[in-house]
Design a protein around this ligand. Structure first.
Ligand code: FAD
Length: 470
């Protein structure tokens, strides 16, 4: 294979960071090549992350609703069954359709797609082991590393993707486990735990820290945990895993209190390890060209996303910041805008976070704890879903909206929502933070009735004056 002609931008990795950067670069008139080793585009997010998990969350929610809520709404039937292979195949079809869609977008935007494993051999050259044999070298004036992240393993807990699985294995189980232990109470563990819990597994979540999802506002987190417990998920917080035995039929997990103490054994059919993710930089040739990383293995970049090596950039999960698909996309766009000689910008203070359980939990900006710690005088407004007419009408009224605003100016500093479709509603708050809006700005904005979004308007009213419906 001959060296591919030099291009303006070479992107290593075709995930949400890499493929979006490649398309945007091409749209800005830069000749662009994207190298991906997986065989399909879309990265972790599309292949084994955001998309398949949301497909299973939706399917399992439908089953759970049919089983536990439909009769209450006067919809009755008998012989409710789960067809797991059909559920998995709808998920796989959604993934396949979307990855093909990105290939189509590459063609439309004239992005060259190279299927293979890329390795930097100089600051402007990437050697590629092609998936269908042979190798080539791709040259670029600018190189963007968008290689994402991988599952973090736990010492002594070997992931075999059979009995001890990562999120990837948990998205493709062949049978519904009777007992599932989830190690790690972050959003991925809770989402995957929810899927199997709804399908009938007994789910126990083991977490070293004293709380689930540590980044969440404390008050919302408490309600969230209570809600998950109501859904029959069990939690063992401040607990560490000290031993694993897979010799029998299932898995025996020995645990003990985080601070030390009496050990106990948890029996399960499947153990899901979801104790975080780690930047993926293996065999990338970073040492060869001298790219600087932090202690956690993340690539260090400046405000223009450039590493310490001129012309070599990095974006997404492989650099510091929240490991989220939409953050990776924003990085990608800003990075190529800089490369094209324009101004790029990512506001990390307004990146929303969503946990796609039911109800969903979504937030943007600062938690009350963070605002308190910063010393800014603030006021809080709240509105329970129980007082929201739409939530009551659809009998889905578990949750709360909480707004934190600066006392002196009423500027919104953080919004935290636990509600059905919170992941959609949150964008009103994202926009508010982006434009420096006050809680009064939101409260004086006309909201359609009856919608769950009205709960945000009411929480804003409660921030600077009084809610109407409370
Ligand atoms: P990735 O998506 O990891 O893509 C990197 C790509 O680079 C990979 O395809 C990899 O094969 C390729 N690559 C690596 N090395 C090389 C090489 N040497 N040569 C060629 N190619 C290479 N985020 C959300 O925002 N919302 C969610 O709901 C959500 N749900 C998730 C659920 C799960 C189960 C998981 C695991 C993650 C979830 N995430 C979610 C996180 C999200 O998937 C990541 O933040 C996002 O994919 C990061 O994008 P990226 O482009 O930086 O990296």
């Amino acid at each position: 294979y001959a060296t591919i002609e030099e291009t303006d931008v070479v992107v290593i990795g075709g995930g949400p960071g890499g493929y979006v950067a490649a398309i945007k670069a091409a749209q800005l008139g830069l000749r662009t090549t994207c190298i991906e080793k997986r065989g399909t585009l879309g990265g972790t997010c599309l292949n084994v992350g955001c998309i398949p998990s949301k497909a299973l969350l939706h399917s399992s929610h439908m089953y759970h609703e049919a089983k536990s809520s439909f009769a209450h709404h006067g919809v009755k039937f008998s012989n409710l069954e789960i067809d797991l292979p059909a559920m998995m195949s709808q998920k796989d079809k959604a993934v396949a359709g979307l990855t093909k869609g990105i290939e189509g977008l590459f063609k439309k935007n004239a992005v060259e797609y190279v299927r293979g494993i890329g390795k930097l051999v100089s600051p402007s050259e990437v050697a590629v082991n092609l998936l269908d044999g042979g190798c080539t070298t791709v040259k670029g004036k600018n190189i963007i590393i968008a290689t994402g992240s991988d599952v973090k393993s736990l010492p002594g807990v070997h992931i075999d993707e059979k009995k001890i699985v990562s999120s990837t294995g948990a998205l493709a189980l062949k049978e519904i486990p009777k007992k599932l232990v989830v190690i790690g109470a972050g959003y991925i563990g809770l989402e995957m735990g929810s899927v199997w819990n709804r399908l009938g597994s007994e789910v126990t979540v083991v977490e070293f820290a004293p709380d689930i999802v540590p980044s969440m506002d404390g008050e919302i987190r408490k309600q969230f945990q209570r809600m998950l417990e109501k859904q029959k998920m069990k939690f063992m917080l401040k607990t560490k895993v000290v031993g694993v035995d897979t010799s029998g039929n299932g898995v025996k997990l020995t645990v003990e209190p985080a601070a030390g103490g009496e050990q106990s054994v948890l029996d399960s059919d499947i153990v899901l390890v979801s104790a975080g993710r780690t930047p993926y930089t293996a065999d990338l040739g970073l040492d060869t060209i001298g790219v600087e990383m932090d202690k956690g293995g993340r690539i260090l970049v400046d405000k223009r996303f450039m590493t310490n090596v001129n012309g070599v950039y990095a974006i997404g999960d492989v650099i510091p910041g929240p490991m989220l698909a939409h953050k990776a996309e924003e990085d990608g766009v800003a990075c190529v805008e800089f490369i094209a000689g324009k101004e790029g910008h990512v506001d990390y203070d307004t990146v929303p976070g969503v946990v796609y359980t039911h109800p969903e939990v979504a937030s943007v900006g600062k938690t009350e704890e963070q605002v308190k710690e910063s010393g800014i005088a603030y006021q809080v407004g709240k509105f329970p879903l129980l007082a929201n007419s739409r939530a009551k009408a659809i009998d889905d009224a578990e949750g709360l909206v909480k707004v934190v605003a600066e006392k002196e100016t009423d500027r919104v500093l953080g919004v935290h929502i636990m509600a059905p479709n919170a992941g959609e509603i949150i964008h009103e708050a994202v926009l508010a933070l982006q434009y420096g809006a006050s809680s009064e700005d939101i409260a004086r904005t006309c909201h359609a009735h009856p919608t769950v979004s009205e709960a945000l308007k009411e929480a804003c009213l409660d921030t600077y004056t009084k809610a109407i419906h409370m």
